[in-house]
Design a protein around this ligand. Sequence first.
Ligand SMILES: Cc1cc2nc3c(=O)[nH]c(=O)nc-3n(C[C@H](O)[C@H](O)[C@H](O)COP(=O)(O)OP(=O)(O)OC[C@H]3O[C@@H](n4cnc5c(N)ncnc54)[C@H](O)[C@@H]3O)c2cc1C
Length: 255
Amino acid sequence: MNEDKVLDHGFIRLVEFMGGDMGVVCAARVSYGSGSKGEEKDKKLISYLLKHQHLTPFEHAVFKFHVSCPIFVARQWFRHRIGSYEMGGFDGSGLFESSGSAINEISGRYTEVPDEFYVPHQWRAPDPKNRQVSQAAPELDHERCTALVEKLHQQSYAIYRELLSLGVTREIARMVLPLSLYTQFYWTVNARSLMNFISLRADASAQWEIQRYAEVVADMFAQQMPWTWEAFLSCAWKGINAKINAERERCASSP
Ligand SMILES: Cc1cc2nc3c(=O)[nH]c(=O)nc-3n(C[C@H](O)[C@H](O)[C@H](O)COP(=O)(O)OP(=O)(O)OC[C@H]3O[C@@H](n4cnc5c(N)ncnc54)[C@H](O)[C@@H]3O)c2cc1C
């Protein structure tokens, strides 16, 4: 299983994958009763489809990810309705589905949640010109910020445990835990929706933390669907992300 670490305790695992570039090609050509016509023509077809917004063939390639991230990142992630989610620890609502993708999350009603909290490596400050963007801030008192948050984590987790030991049910005791707590979920999503996620969440306008997750998702996408990834970079990606923009330039300059 393909796994990448993200932030201090998070990860993304690619659990399952089906379809791929050839799945897109075959779906697009099914109306003509044909499949692959060789690498060059197939790559051209994928670029054509993306460029002209013929996007349903990309729905035949499907990824299932296992994600561990802070709750505040998961809240942003779950706004992406075209996907399926299974939540395994904190939310506890079980499966909820939206058309095209699914998420299930870990249930804090049924399991005692571990004391795994996100602490930023570097604290960031608001960009003075753009409210959606943050920036590195060496002038901040990083030690103080970290100490404050670590104290909160220790205190809130101690209260959580004490409530449990007093006999309070897990589903209500968890309310004292902060948004920095890690949660886990399964996310099944097709390549069309995945490209939308990368476009929105790998871009500099998204929160720094979810950008890191979107970059890992993009890497896994590129590995599984290299032709679609190249077409995405040249026809669809308009964002600002140093890593992805460097990749786009590398692809554009390669023969
Ligand atoms: C930088 C940034 C800042 C944000 N700030 C805020 C904020 O301040 N407040 C806030 O509430 N949200 C905010 N969001 C969330 C944002 O509004 C979207 O909910 C989220 O990005 C999901 O995008 P989406 O709808 O394209 O994805 P999906 O829900 O996965 O939908 C994918 C696509 O399917 C189509 N689609 C899905 N559902 C429908 C529908 N019901 N009707 C028509 N078409 C549909 C659309 O074409 C859509 O783009 C922010 C997102 C980003 C990236």
